[in-house]
Design a protein around this ligand. Sequence first.
Ligand code: SF4
Length: 58
Amino acid sequence: MKYHVNENCIGCGLCAGMCPEIFRMNDVGVAEALDLETDLDTAEEAMDSCPMAAIEQE
Ligand code: SF4
């Protein structure tokens, strides 16, 4: 599945720490998800752990 970070992201960095293969912090300090399919458990765990529920599945 693919992931998307929405506008609720507060830039805490948790997702990028948990799953750097998919999530990274951008120049303005919020997270972005790479546009690729993945079945990594860590990506799903990051989505479930986001304090703002800002990570969505596409
Ligand atoms: Fe943003 Fe959620 Fe990632 Fe924190 S865990 S950087 S709030 S998307």
